[in-house]
Design a protein around this ligand. Structure first.
Ligand code: NOJ
Length: 550
């Protein structure tokens, strides 16, 4: 059967932050009205699903991942009415909408936390995780080393320490409390009713973590059951809605997140992400092959979400110290490009030296690796970073639309922009912008548009079973995806050298024909199968395989 039933397996997801995308009222902050005006752009790019980073009322101490009201829109970005209009218009343009579900923690300013500080007499006290004494593990597992010292902070009013896996202004919610789980369900229900197709579940491992709750939960409590609870609820309320979780966990934990197809639908593939950058750094396919092989099999309805860069640091914590040091050396040699002892805070284009061939290679891998690709705004035009900004804000500068003042992002005074646009050097908006690239048939933007168009016609990459094919060259990755009778193959050369390689096709029929679909430049058509293949330096070729009839 070739029914494209599971939309998320076939999606092209584009992530953006409303506040940095398009300002419509000149106050220096992006807003929903501005985003609505840009929907044509996203639809024309062949995006099928927009993932919005948090847009809820928030003091914005962590880019909106510190929520004070789960049922509203940050007034700087618009109103709930604007949100509903946005969802409606996105649908009219053929795109779904996903939003962040940030319920591992709230902001300290959330009324629940403020009430909880009254102490155990408050009905909200048990919404959070408290300890009268400072726990011994206070300095372990801090997520933001160098910026955050402890995961337990003393609250003078409550006269107790509260748990916060992230910054001290983000107290963790107590998932073991039924009332908290009821709140989470209500939040999901609310946004589902407003038309979203799913949630990116923030900090999933911490959300279901039971740290600090020994006195409340019985020893044998299985926190993964909560995932099943949420999934059931989600599916009852909206059958095609999904949960895509951020869970950068060890591979033995992965099955717990997917369950038997009855927990989460998708996980970001952090393993492939980190190994992909190692492979790009050493110009060899080996690390990527390893990254693809490390994750366990997942249920048929489960799916990996692949990405190159996201709004956070590029976390390399799953590589060995030596491997990580090598990636740093290649892609983030200066200390201020690195962050939290494990990652780097750069955009893709500068990491790859703005080498167009390498940018295409990385994007081509993103679009063909088994799973669903997630692009980040600005990736399609090769935006750069601003290392003068704090921590991860370096990669969160406003979208560069044109060479008008402020990159066409806002008509506010430059000094009123809530975050500066990149306005100098190779990545300044005068050089890198949508308008300019739209006019240039050879631009990265037009390349991305074409690549996504072809990708849309290859559901096998998203739905299919995948197999690695042996190539006799260490820089070459060849994988084959099969689904519903269709077969596609992608061949990538990770090195700068032109290569010519032989593939082991002994498992396949002799008379399969390889038809070129997309490539870095025009190669001669293959004469029959891909047993011998040529690739330019950093070259890539996608094929559709025609099988003999019968
Ligand atoms: C993960 C988000 O991606 C990150 O930006 C945020 O700081 C933490 N979760 C805390 O919410």
């Amino acid at each position: 059967m070739r029914h494209r039933e599971l939309w998320y397996k076939d999606a092209i997801i584009y992530s953006l932050d409303v506040e940095t995308f398009q300002d419509s009222n000149g106050d220096g902050v992006g807003d929903f009205e501005g985003l609505i005006r840009r929907l044509d752009y996203l639809a024309a790019l062949n995006v099928t699903c927009i993932w919005l980073l948090p847009f809820f009322p928030s003091p914005n101490r962590d880019n909106g991942y510190d929520v004070t009201d789960y049922y509203g829109v940050d007034p700087r970005l618009g109103s709930l009415g604007d949100f509903v209009e946005f969802v409606h218009q996105a649908h009219n343009n053929g795109m779904r909408v996903m939003i962040d579900l940030v319920v591992n923690h709230t902001s300290i300013d959330h009324p629940w936390f403020q009430a909880a500080r009254e102490g155990p007499s408050s009905p909200f006290y048990d919404y959070y995780v408290w300890s009268k004494e400072k726990p011994e593990d206070a300095h372990e597992d801090v997520v933001f080393p160098g910026v955050q010292e402890s995961i337990w902070t003393y609250d003078r009013k409550a006269k107790a320490y509260y748990l916060h896996h992230f910054y001290d202004h983000q107290p963790d919610l107590n998932i073991a409390n039924q009332a908290v789980r009821d709140e989470i369900r209500k939040i999901m229900a609310f946004w589902l009713k407003l038309g979203v197709s799913g949630f990116r579940v923030d900090a999933a491992p911490f959300l279901i973590g039971l740290r600090g709750l020994d006195e409340i939960v019985p020893d044998n409590t299985d926190p993964y059951v909560y995932l099943r609870e949420f999934r059931d609820f989600l599916s009852w309320r909206r059958g095609d809605a999904i949960m895509l979780a951020e869970a950068n966990v060890t591979m033995d934990k992965i099955p717990e997140y997917f369950g038997d197809g009855d927990r989460l639908h998708m996980l970001f593939n952090f393993m492939v992400n980190q190994h992909l950058f190692l492979a790009l750094a050493c110009e060899e396919a080996g690390p990527l092959i390893e990254g693809l092989r490390l994750p366990p099999e997942i249920p048929t309805s489960g799916q990996w979400a692949n990405f190159l860069r996201n709004h956070d640091e590029l976390d390399l914590g799953r590589l060995s110290d030596e491997q990580r040091a090598f990636v740093f050396e290649q892609f983030a040699p200066q200390k201020n490009m690195q962050l939290y002892d494990r990652g780097l805070r750069r955009r893709l284009a500068p990491m790859l030296g703005n080498d167009r061939r390498r940018l295409e290679l990385a994007n081509s891998l993103l679009l063909t690796l088994p799973g669903t690709p997630v692009l980040r705004y600005g990736q399609e035009i090769g935006m750069g970073e601003n290392l003068e900004l704090n921590e991860r804000d370096s990669v969160r500068t406003p979208m560069q639309w044109s060479d008008d003042p402020n990159a066409g992002f806002s008509i506010a005074d430059r000094s009123d922009l809530f975050r500066p646009v990149i306005d100098e050097g190779e990545y300044g908006y005068q050089q890198v912008n949508v308008m300019k690239q739209r006019r240039d048939p050879d631009s990265l933007l037009n390349w991305t548009h074409k690549a996504l168009l072809v990708r849309r016609q290859c559901p096998e990459f998203g739905y299919g079973d995948w197999y690695l094919l042996e190539a006799d060259h260490p820089a070459v990755l060849v994988h084959r995806c099969e689904w519903g009778g269709g077969v596609v193959v992608a061949v990538h050369n990770l090195s700068s050298e032109k290569v010519s390689t032989r593939l082991d096709l002994s498992d396949y029929s002799d008379d399969e024909r390889w038809l070129g679909l997309f490539s870095d430049h025009a190669y001669d058509e293959l004469d029959g199968s891909g047993a011998a293949i040529e690739l330019a330096g950093y070259g890539y070729r996608w094929f559709r395989i025609e099988k003999p009839a019968g």
